[in-house]
Ligand binder design. Sequence first.
Ligand code: CO
Ligand code: CO
Ligand code: CO
Length: 349
Amino acid sequence: MDGKREPGLTGKARAAGCAAKIGPGDLQALLQGIEIPADERVLVGLAKPDDAGVFLLSPGLALVQTVDMITPVADRPFDYGRIAATNAMSDVWAMGGRPLTALAIITFPVKSEPPETFRGMLEGAIAAVTEAGAALVGGHSVDDPEIKLGISVTGVVDPDRLITKGGARPGDVLVLTKPLGVGVISTALKNGAATGEQADAAIASMSRLNRAASEEALAAGVRGGTDVTGFSLMGHLREMVLAAGCGAEVRFDALPLLPGARALAAEGWSPGGMQRNLDFAGCLVDGLDALSPGDVAILFDPQTSGGLLLAVPPAEVDGLVARLAARDVTAAIIGRFTARSAHPRVRAY
Ligand code: CO
Ligand code: CO
Ligand code: CO
């Protein structure tokens, strides 16, 4: 043993220079002027984008479809595949749907990367999809210098019980079902500043299905929600507030955080995507002046495979939190929706 560490998948992705993700502002601009044909079977589509598209099949039954593609977020191919699939299925659960089938879309450097990497990624994706009670039924791969794993998911949803970004009502309680800080910890890890235990906790969190959170939310009559991913807690909350035409208040000290995330953020470890999120949505959130730069970084930290952000009717919240806890799911009450206001507000405590 010479003690040299093999560069894992994330190191290679960094060396290759990750493709920049299109930010929330860019997407709006790119869609501008594109005509979306009216189709009454499309219950949720490009005209009013949500976590996933919804297409009415027959009365009481709709298809829910989504696709997501990510660069390596873990060094072990199996973890990466599992997280990519978990992350993609999350959009179906965020709509109140149930995933049924998945397809893998893989770009992969066939000549420079061993086949075990490809197999590991696929095995991880299959593990997550199987755990979800769905089936990975096929896919497509392209020889490409950069590894990327996309997962497309098809599921079903009851069109009368859709959970949408616009479904929140003033007075609803904000519940978050996974801890924050994945971006902070990944960045610190790449720079040798995070511990193995901190990295393991982040990977475990990203690998957790949002299935139980979605099932319990539906049982509690939740109609407003989304999943927290690249646009950060504040970016996604802002989407919900805009779509629902209400306001929101978040208490910073109530946020569930991954072990080490707050301290590492205070040391300045945060990914480039954090600054993009802050540039885009920072001026639209009130109360940030009272927080330290590290705490602001947590609020705008891009998450991969984050939790569900739910608008829970107040009479249901205690029961929901108890049922989620019984299923070993994080269930943090982090704030509430308020009457219409221009900007979501964050309180330090
Ligand atoms: Co989503
Ligand atoms: Co998505
Ligand atoms: Co093909």
